[in-house]
Design a protein around this ligand. Sequence first.
Ligand SMILES: [Zn+2]
Length: 122
Amino acid sequence: MSKSCNVCGEVETEMHIIYECRFVQNIWNKISQYLNVRITAEKIIFGTNLNWILNNLLSQIAYSIHKYWIIRNEENVNSCEVDLEVVVKNDLKYKASIFKFIKNMQLYKEYNNALVVLFPHR
Ligand SMILES: [Zn+2]
């Protein structure tokens, strides 16, 4: 029997978790607007023809979304207490601080820009 997504109730596949779930689509739509590129599942997996910095950002966001699902599916976690945007935002902040520490200012600036654009009110 296939497992159903505990957020929307549809069949939970790897692709559903990373891309198809409508809650995750909110994030990808924002990123599509930010990068002015339509983000597809193929682009998330294989990278885009954008530069390596933006591909790095996309991989990081896909990783954070997957992490969010793992947290949600843990027993004893009240799923209402876990917010996808908070998980993604905190990971981007953490990575930005690491890039600053290792003095990779290209990645640091890109992650900071993404934070401002994707989460303006948080
Ligand atoms: Zn779902």
